[in-house]
Design a protein around this ligand. Structure first.
Ligand code: NAD
Length: 478
């Protein structure tokens, strides 16, 4: 497979390729370009030329919105093959991949409709002056994607950037980029002018770093690990580019003694096993009020013991982990927790009939009261849940805020005052009350604090992140 530069599919300058492996079977099913700095430079040059020509940013916002809506319609026509490709490439169950494509379509529909709704302001100022505040595109934006939701992430980062009139260079992850390449092809057919979207595949430390370091990139949107996010921010700072970072979390479900357990338990399980736990907003901690600790833990244990991992067509609760390396990272967390004496409360199972070459990990539930342990604080990015007890409301807040992350949290209680108090005091970009997750909530601003990153995606907030505010002060004769 090739790179998309200035509307044409071209091989990487050095001619090198990387294998795409099916995580359920270990089989190589495609090759992608292993691009270098030269390819990134060509893509950034194409994006800059497109921006400077005004072919996209000088269109009316309504016109840009129409192109995005056409793109959404083309994706919808190809939804089923795209979902099948996403399932093959990432290992997620087909039903999850279908949901991802539905969300992707919604991103382009939403931002297609939103393109002409980000109004400026007229500010009252001195007599004889007219002051307007307008929102303009950055120029060239760079987008570095993770492998866990390639299709959804394509929509999440690109749709608002394009709606604002930016010209873009996108680097998907090494693993999980087949759907992205198909989508780039469809974007061409939807009428996106040449050079407005350029897609370069390759290794992070080579192609990703070249994009983050490129002096002609005005803004970077990154989703992935905190380690690389920090590097990307430093590289962007070297040429004074802004960035948004979405870096994952250790998000809690906080379960009070008045919660409806029958409602909460299945949601808590889904919040960690969805996408095999490879979700930035996974509910990877469950904090349980002491009076119901044993009861809630035993109900969770029963639910966990019934959970399964399997290939996409088996429609198990989780698919495989994306790569062998990432699987070893997950099993490493599990082994270290067990070696430290952390109690395994329940273990799901890997279904019979899966390939031994697949990267399957059984869902696991741990419990601990060691709040500083690795398993209680660090993101595993696998189907591993840890339960911890808390004593009262103040302790729940302390424990919820007790990691370096702050992405999302859920509060399970019927007490209205407590719902309000906790939703204000728990750190995070989204707080759920008696529910969990808003993956498909395209209209809801999303993002983290601390080690979870900064900037906001989704909703109208993303249009602000992908634009520059300019104030125009006009003095006229009175
Ligand atoms: P990563 O951060 O290494 O990769 C994410 C993206 O960054 C990929 O496109 C990669 O090619 C690129 N990249 C890697 N090194 C780079 C560099 N030096 N400069 C610029 N770009 C670079 O993530 P990973 O190794 O694939 O996964 C490791 C961990 O990251 C996971 O265990 C998980 O904790 C976290 N992660 C989080 C998310 C999320 O949604 N927040 C997604 C994927 C992974």
């Amino acid at each position: 497979m090739k790179n998309l530069i200035a509307g044409r599919w071209v091989p990487p300058a050095a001619g090198a390729t990387l294998d795409c492996r099916n995580p359920s079977t270990g089989e190589v099913f495609a090759q992608i370009a292993d691009s270098g700095a030269e390819d990134i430079d060509a893509a950034v040059t194409a994006a800059r030329a497109a921006f400077d020509s005004g072919v996209w940013n000088d269109l009316s916002a309504t016109e840009r919105g129409r192109v995005l809506a056409r793109f959404a319609a083309l994706i919808a026509e190809d939804a089923e093959p795209l979902a099948a490709l996403e399932a093959q490439d990432t290992g997620k169950p087909l039903s999850t991949a279908r949901n991802d494509i539905t969300a992707l379509i919604r991103y382009f529909d939403y931002y297609g409709a939103a393109a002409d709704k980000l109004y400026g302001e007229v500010v009252p100022y001195l007599f004889g002056h007219s002051v307007t505040v307008v929102h303009e595109p950055h120029g060239v934006t760079g987008h570095i994607l993770p492998w866990n939701y390639p299709a959804q992430m394509f929509g999440r980062t690109l749709a608002p950037a394009l709606a604002m009139g930016n010209c873009t260079v996108l680097k998907p992850a090494e693993d999980g980029c087949a759907s992205v390449l198909k989508l780039a092809d469809l974007a061409n057919r939807a009428g996106l002018p040449d050079g407005v979207l350029n897609v370069i595949t390759g290794r992070g430390e080579v192609a990703g770093a070249a994009l983050a370091m490129h002096a002609d990139v005005d803004f970077i949107s990154f989703t992935g690990s905190p380690r690389v996010g920090q590097l990307v921010q430093k590289m962007a700072a070297d040429h004074f580019a802004g960035c948004t970072l979405e870096l994952g979390g250790k998000s809690p479900n906080i379960l009070f003694d008045d919660a409806d357990l029958a409602e909460a338990i299945p949601v808590i399980c889904r919040s960690i096993v969805q996408n095999a736990g490879q979700t930035c907003a996974a509910g990877s901690r469950v904090l349980i009020h002491r009076p119901i600790y044993e009861k809630a833990l035993s109900q969770l244990a029963e639910a966990f013991a019934a959970l399964t991992a399997g290939a996409p067509e088996m429609e198990a609760d989780c698919g495989p982990i994306i790569t062998r390396k990432q699987m070893q990272a997950v099993t490493g967390f599990v082994a270290r927790a067990e070696a430290a004496g952390t109690r395994v409360v329940a273990r799901g199972r890997v279904l019979d009939g899966v390939s031994p070459e697949g990267n399957f990990v059984a869902p696991m539930l741990f419990e601990t009261s060691d709040r500083d342990s690795e398993i209680a604080c660090e993101e595993v990015f696998g189907p591993v849940l840890v339960a911890l007890p808390f004593e009262d409301e103040a302790d729940a807040i302390r424990l919820a805020n007790g990691t370096d992350y702050g992405l999302v949290a859920a509060i399970w209680t019927r007490d209205g005052g407590r719902q309000q108090r906790l939703s204000r005091r728990v750190r995070g970009g989204q707080i759920f009350i008696n529910c969990y997750g808003a993956g498909a909530g395209i209209e809801l601003p999303f993002g983290g604090v601390g080690k979870s990153g900064h900037g906001r995606e989704k909703g109208m907030a993303a249009l602000h992140d992908f634009s520059v505010t300019k104030t125009i002060i006009h003095r006229y004769s009175t």
